[in-house]
Design a protein around this ligand. Structure first.
Ligand code: ZN
Length: 123
């Protein structure tokens, strides 16, 4: 993969300036939206390790499964509530498109030990 390739999360930035360093564990997400984007990119690449380590220990499954037959095509962020560098919780609403459908969710994120984690879907 070239370092100039655009990030799959749709930010318009190069992968290496966006989700790349997060998936490579070189950097931590500073906002909930950043973490959300990196998790979409992890689904895009089938990176189960990143999904697991960014999933809150309270809610994460013993093993993260990724359906290899799903081709993710786009991510759109619809709404962001809190989740900034100085917040402890945040909500990100998004639509993730894949071959044949789309997934819409309001996800809750929480900070623990200075790191952002995906918690669950807001009910
Ligand atoms: Zn990205």
């Amino acid at each position: 993969m070239s370092t100039d390739d655009l990030c799959p999360c749709g930010s318009g930035k190069a992968y290496d300036d966006c989700c790349g360093p997060l998936l490579a564990t070189e950097e931590l997400a500073s906002t909930a939206e950043q973490l959300m984007r990196s998790r979409y990119t992890a689904y895009f690449y089938g990176n189960r390790e990143h999904l697991w380590r960014t999933w809150h220990p309270r809610t994460r499954p013993a093993e993260v499964t990724v359906d290899p037959s799903t081709t993710w095509t786009a991510l759109r962020i619809l709404d962001v509530r809190d989740g900034g560098p100085d917040d402890d919780t945040g909500v990100v609403e998004f639509v993730a498109s894949y071959d044949g459908g789309e997934l819409r969710e309001r996800s809750r994120f929480a900070k623990r030990g200075g790191r952002w984690f995906y918690l669950d879907e807001e009910s």
